[in-house]
Design a protein around this ligand. Structure first.
Ligand code: C2E
Ligand code: MG
Ligand code: MG
Length: 824
């Protein structure tokens, strides 16, 4: 704002005065002032208006009384026409205060009386008018700018008083709402707000009223056509210098598009969440490094974690098995490299409790925002499917009634065993069994009872087997059992007999008790077949034979084996029983001195009093006892018994030697020396009276140890006799090394004396040997006088044979001794 008119500015002044004298006076006064003025003079209102239309004036000095109009009319015209504010200075001879007040109201700048008007006063008034005009001009410009702004903005602009009455609305407001400014001004506009948003709006409004802070609220405002649109509505308080709110300046920005997009986003987010949260598939979103960002409930449930918040910064590999990590990393690399949408594979994951769960896993690479990638892991629990598959497999391989394997499984198992046997060459047995007269029971008691019977049978069969053995049901009442790694026929037969016996036990069926038998046919791999088909066929044919022979029995595919194996099994049981019950007896066969023709010793020969078979010779059980180790107990008994009876002989006055047979196997036994000394000491029988008969068998194995053992026995005083000499494999050097006291030439040589000269020569040679090595020769099995004569002539030392005596019971032997004593 200008305080005074500037000196270098030329101001144009309009002077309107009809009185020439007065006009001259004004002009004179004006010229006297030191403001540069360009004066335009007029004497009528009409002319003045014309001039005003053509030009602009910095100020108009007007006489109140003009011939063609009242000054007030001109004032109105000037104020109406002016583009720029033109200050009016009224000059009048009329000093009536009412007139002054009227013209002042009409909008003049100042009023000056004509009379006594001084140039200083005029100049001052002029200067003040210029300043006012400038100021007014600036205000106009500001106002123009403001309204341009208010109208030019895209928003709906409004201002209101603190009580909410509008005192301004822009054109857009009017256009949008369809409400004219004059209708709106002085009124509140809450009615334009959507009913649902009014409460929210009022809340914000009140809050701002209270605090004086900006109001900010999103509301819907009704358009002229009734459609509501979303607006970001703000209002800022205009405050007076003392801080009181005098007005609110508001704007409404149309955010309908943004709001709709936002709501669409929320909806889509909600939809995503609903899908994510309710999906039966386990889902996890991870960042590119595998750190889990989000999981859905199914994922948590499946892997035993409620939420990942508990395990912050948990990596998805937490659920991998160590051995799978490389595999999964390769899969992810493949996904990244080949730009595949997703990749799917089966894997085992471990849950929070380290339980392994079979999973179908799918990994997808998602582009969530520009350059922001993440992985979506989807996991599907395959446990149920695996179980189902397992079930199917079972159905294909198992008999649903008994739960045993079926034909398919059996064939697979046999082929597997064959393949395995080829590697470690272990034989196995196939037992083909069926129930005797099953059909009769099934038809008689009903199928339900029949099923129950089959289940009972399968249970009993299973119970009778070892863990590694297996059993299958081929249908009907046919069962097949595989006995693995069978070393001996006996064990196969023993198991079979056990099974037969277990089935024989009474079975309770729907109120009645029944007895049923089961028969078996047995084929052995590899001797009875080298494939499943042949083995089963042969076992089946053996079963057929078994049933033809006797129900509740068994038959080996090779029939001759059946009896043999069966007898051996019987023998085993009987022999154990015999040992326990001491069913043995020693017979004594005298040994005669050729020279003196007297009994010098006796060989103790064992006999078994079998409760059913009667007297069993040693040849029928000693070999089996040797094979199974039962011989230890038998020999121990025989040694002791021989000493006991030998001592009786001595007590009766017959100081003869007693010889006992000890099987080669005993020499492995470290306790043999103890057994011997216990027998002699215990029975007070001198070691030098006990002759230990051993066979050449001894030299077949562990020779060094045996030679040592023999020498120890000799050192203790016992005598050694090499039995059955000539049929074995003893080398001369061994005989020389342990030099036995006696050599017994085998019976077979004696029997052939006179038949073939080489036998005679053999006997002769052995006798020759006894001249080199200090030992005495006993000939066994002398049956005829011819043999006796021949041997006597050869110079044999002792003879033993039926010619002199058969083996005798101890009592009879004693009688023989006594008789001989008496003849002497
Ligand atoms: P060995 O030690 O060679 O016994 C002689 C066998 O020849 C006896 O048979 C005897 O009865 C038989 N014998 C004797 N003279 C004649 C004869 O003139 N003609 C015929 N044909 N036979 C004759 P035995 O008692 O049946 O014994 C057989 C084998 O059993 C014995 O052969 C011996 O190796 C074994 N043995 C007998 N008792 C025992 C024993 O207590 N322990 C052990 N480990 N083996 C024994
Ligand atoms: Mg003997
Ligand atoms: Mg002999």
């Amino acid at each position: 704002m200008q305080a005074a008119a500037s000196a270098d500015h030329l101001y144009s002044i309009l002077v309107v005065e009809d009185d020439d004298v007065d006009r001259e006076k004004i002009l004179r006064l004006l010229k006297k002032s030191d403001i540069s003025l360009k004066i335009h003079e007029e004497s009528s209102a009409v002319n003045a208006l014309k001039a005003l239309q053509e030009k602009e004036f910095s100020c108009a000095i007007i006489d109140y009384h003009l011939p063609d109009a009242l000054g007030s009319d001109l004032i109105e015209a000037i104020n109406r026409h002016k583009k720029k504010p033109t200050p009016i200075i009224m000059i009048s001879g009329n000093n009536d205060e009412r007139v002054v007040a009227n013209v002042m109201r009409d909008g003049i700048f100042d009023y000056l009386p004509k009379r006594d008007l001084e140039y200083q006063q005029l100049q001052k008034t002029l200067e003040a008018s210029f300043a006012w005009a400038d100021n007014e001009q600036q205000l106009n410009e500001i106002h123009t700018r403001f309204s341009q702004l208010a109208e030019g903005l895209p928003q709906l602009i409004w201002t209101c008083t603190p009580n909410g009455d509008c005192d301004f609305v822009n054109k857009r407001w009017c256009d949008f709402t369809g409400i004219k400014a004059e209708q709106q001004l002085g009124n509140q506009w809450i009615r334009q707000i959507h009913p649902d948003d009014q409460i929210e709006f009022l809340k914000s409004w009140k809050k701002s009223l209270k605090s004086g802070n900006e109001m900010l609220v999103n509301i819907r405002i009704c358009r002229f056509d009734g459609e509501y649109r979303w607006f970001d509505t703000r209002a800022t308080a205009q405050k007076s210098s003392d801080g009181k709110v005098i007005r609110w300046l508001g704007s409404n920005t149309d955010i309908t598009e943004i709001e709709l997009t936002r709501q669409a986003l929320i909806n889509s987010e909600n939809r995503f969440h609903a899908a994510f949260d309710h999906a039966p598939l386990g889902m996890a979103l991870t960042d590119i490094s595998g750190t889990i960002l989000q999981i859905n409930p199914a994922f948590g449930t499946l892997l035993g974690i409620e939420s990942i918040n508990k395990l912050s910064t948990l990596n998805i590999d937490y659920f991998y098995q160590e051995t799978d990590k490389v595999f999964i990393a390769q899969k992810i690399n493949q996904l990244n490299a080949e730009k595949q949408k997703n990749i799917q594979f089966e894997i085992n994951l471990k849950n929070n409790e380290n339980t392994i769960i079979p999973i179908l896993m799918s990994i997808a690479l998602l582009n969530t925002a520009k350059f922001t990638f993440c992985y979506l892991f989807q996991i599907y629990d395959l446990s149920e499917r695996k179980r189902y598959e397992e079930e199917l497999k079972k159905l294909a391989h198992f008999d649903p009634l008994t739960g045993l394997g079926n034909r398919l499984k059996l064939h697979e198992e046999i082929e597997f065993l064959i393949a395995q046997s080829h590697r470690n060459s272990t034989p196995f047995a196939v037992l083909f069994g069926d129930l005797d007269h099953f059909k009769r029971i099934n038809d008689g008691l009903g199928h339900e009872a029949g099923d129950k019977l089959l289940r009972t049978v399968s249970r009993r069969l299973k119970k009778g087997l070892r863990r590694g053995d297996s059993i299958a049901r081929l249908g009907g009442d046919e069962f097949v059992i595989l006995l693995k790694e069978v070393a001996r026929y006996e064990s196969v037969v023993a198991v079979t007999e056990k099974l037969i016996n277990s089935i024989k036990r009474p079975i309770k069926l729907s109120g009645t008790t029944i007895h049923i038998g089961m028969s078996f046919g047995i084929a052995l791999f590899p001797t009875d077949g080298d494939n499943a088909k042949t083995l089963l066929r042969n076992a089946d044919s053996a079963l057929y034979d078994a049933k033809a022979k006797e129900r509740g029995s068994y038959q080996l595919y090779r029939k001759e084996l059946t009896e043999y194996v069966h007898n051996r099994l019987l023998l085993d049981a009987d022999l154990r029983n015999a040992i326990a019950k001491k069913q043995f007896e020693l017979y004594f066969q005298p040994v005669i001195d050729f020279d003196r023709q007297a009994i010098v010793s006796a060989e103790a020969l064992i006999r078994w009093h079998h409760p059913l078979r009667g007297l069993v010779p040693p040849g029928d059980f000693i070999p089996y006892a040797q094979e199974t180790g039962l011989i230890t107990a038998i020999d121990e008994w025989a040694i002791n018994e021989a000493c006991r009876l030998g001592a009786i002989c001595h007590q009766q006055g017959y100081p003869i030697n007693i010889s006992v047979n000890i099987s080669a196997r005993q020499f492995q036994n470290q306790l043999l020396l103890n057994t011997l000394s216990d027998a002699t000491n215990g029975n007070k029988f001198k070691p030098e009276n006990l002759i230990i008969e051993i066979t050449e068998q001894l030299f077949l194995e562990n020779t060094e140890h045996n030679v040592k053992q023999i020498n120890e026995i000799k050192t203790l005083g016992y005598k050694i006799s090499l039995d059955d000499f000539g049929v074995g494999f003893s080398s001369l050097s061994y005989i020389i090394r342990f030099s036995p006291h006696y050599l017994k030439i085998d019976r077979s040589f004696i029997a052939k004396i006179g038949e073939a000269s080489e036998h005679d020569e053999m006997v002769r040679a052995i006798l020759g040997l006894s001249k080199i090595i200090p030992m005495q020769v006993v000939v066994e099995g002398v049956e005829t006088s011819a043999q006796n004569l021949f041997l006597t002539n050869l110079g044999c030392h002792f003879a033993q044979g039926y010619l002199y005596s058969r083996p005798l019971k101890f009592d009879s032997f004693m009688e023989l001794l006594s008789a001989q004593h008496q003849t002497r």
